[in-house]
Design a protein around this ligand. Sequence first.
Ligand code: GLY
Length: 269
Amino acid sequence: MATVRLDQKPRALVRAIPDSYKSALAKFFGSGPQDLDLARMQHQQYREALESCGVSVTMLDADHKHPDCLFVEDQAVIVDGHVLLPVPGHPSRVAEQPPIANFLVSQMGGAQICRMSGDARMDGGDILRLGDLFFVGRSTRTNDLGIEELRDLLSHLGHELRVIDIPDKALHLTSIASTPTDEIILAPEGYLPKDAFGELPENSRVIWMPEEETYGCNTIGLPNNKVLVAKGYPTVLQTLKDLNLETIILDFSEIRAADGSLTCCSLFF
Ligand code: GLY
């Protein structure tokens, strides 16, 4: 998940792939999953990769009535031990949230839990954190009311929030950008203006990738200079290696088929 710093990733929540996964929403990177067994194998390799990096992984049961339920990133925003439960931006995804919320409440004793309400909408996949600076995508899933609720939480915690308009050809901000370290943003050419992220803190920068490697821009940075990266994106891979990061490559083809990226499948807490 994209709302915690590298040093805030000891545990991750993931959710099993439902039998209904072939009906998952798919409009951007993919046209729908075809192979449920392959998707489950890729998801297992993802869990194993996180565990090999020292992350303690808990997997919730699938909700077979909700084909997108594996994309847990969208269902909660965890910032410095506080939890914002958004109203997801697609109506078919709203009922995925209760078991995730219950799990987080049970595990994060003392956490402040805020629930979005009314017409505010947000998918957690629209939020990106660079150190102590936050970005939110204004997208088809995240509206201005949702952004204001996030801003309230972040202001309370002393963090700045910057809004980025997501072009129609992308689902979420994290579909097109990630922070493999607390100082680097990877983003593709052709989606955002070069000044979209604004002036960054000293030592931080955006590294622009070729447009054809957009999907590869979603990475998961982990402690000890490790980073998960999707298979098939050579410029992204070489860029991460040049940053002296240890890359762990995952074939995510059947997750991509439902517009899911690496960060979509986990919530770090
Ligand atoms: N398939 C992921 C989503 O559209 O939310």
